[in-house]
Design a protein around this ligand. Sequence first.
Ligand code: SF4
Length: 350
Amino acid sequence: MDASLTPTPSAGTPLLQLRGISKRFVQPVDLAGKIANLLGAHNAPAVVQAVSEVDLDIHAGEVIGVVGESGCGKSTLGRIVAGINPPSAGEVSYQGKKLADMTAAERRAYGLGVQMIFQNPMASLNPRMRVLDIIGEAPVVHGLVPASGMADYVAGLMRQVGLDPDYGQRYPHQFSGGQRQRIGIARALALKPQLIVCDEAVAALDVSIQAQVLNLFLELRRSFELTYLFISHNLGVVGHVSDRVLIMYLGRVVEVAPTEVIFSRPNHPYTQALLSELPTLDTQRRDYQPIKGEMPSPLRPPTGCAFHPRCPHAMPRCQIELPPLRTLATGHLSACHLNDAAPATPSLTS
Ligand code: SF4
C-alpha cells in the first residue's frame, strides 16, 4: 500500500483520514462494441484506475497541496474527500469516525463540514439565482441561519470575501471571473465548513486575479481557522499556499513532503520535472530534466513504475517493479527505486 502519510503537524486525531483509498471507473462497452461482440469480437468494459491506495492524514488548520498533470487522479481524490464520489476501496474517516459507521446526523455534519470549490465559477453557480440566494439558501435549509437573518448573514460573508453586499441582488453573469470565484468561496463558507477542497480554484482566472484570490484563501484560513486541500496542476500555485505537498502520478502518490522540502530537495524525478517547468531564477535547478512525453492513458497504465516511459533515470527494473513509498526524512516520502537504501514506509500512521 502506498502511504502518503506524513508526520502530524499537530497532535491528536486528524480532521480527515484516508486509508487505502482507491477509485476505479468502469466504462461499459458502447453500442458499436456490443454489435461487434455479437459478430465474435471480445470487447470488454474499459476500466480506469483513477486513484490507487492513497493514505493521507489531514489535520485541522493544515493546507495540503495536491499536484499532478491532468489525469493523475487529484480531482478524483478531492471529490472523495468531499464526499461527492465514494471510493471503490478504502476508508474515509472524519473527526475520527469512519464514514461507514456514521449515523445520519454524523454524515450530515460531514457533508456540511467539508465543502468544495470548483475550477469554473460560472459553471458551478446557478445562473438563474441571485447571489443572495446562491450564498444564503443552503445555510437556511440546513438550519444554520434563520430565514429572517439570511440577508445580514450573506452580507457579512460577501464583505469577508471582498464583495460589495449591495451586489447581492445581482446574477452571476453580472460579475467578473474573479468576483464569481469569490461568490463560490462565500457559498462554501456559508455552511461553516472545517475543510475546503479547492479543485483548480484559481486556474480559470487571470494571473493577477489568481494572486488576489490566493491571498484571500490565506486570509480566510486565519479568520475562519480553515483547513484546505488545495488541488492544482501548478506546483507554483500550490507552493504559495500549502504547508505540505503531495505529488500524484497516474493515480498514485509518488512524493509527499513539507512545501519547502519539495522546492529545495525534491527527490522523485517527476517532482523534479514539474519544478523544472516553473519559471525560476534559481540556477541550482538547471540540472533538472524537463518533463518529456505525455501522461500515459489511465486505460493502459505502464507496468512497474508508471513514470518509467518519461523518466531520465529509468532502469530495467523500473518497467517491472512498482516502487514503494520510502521515508527519506521526517515527513518526506518518495516512491522511486533510486531510494532503495531508505526503509519502505508501512501503512500510514500519524
Ligand atoms: Fe524513474 Fe525508476 Fe524512479 Fe520510476 S522508479 S521514477 S522510472 S528511476
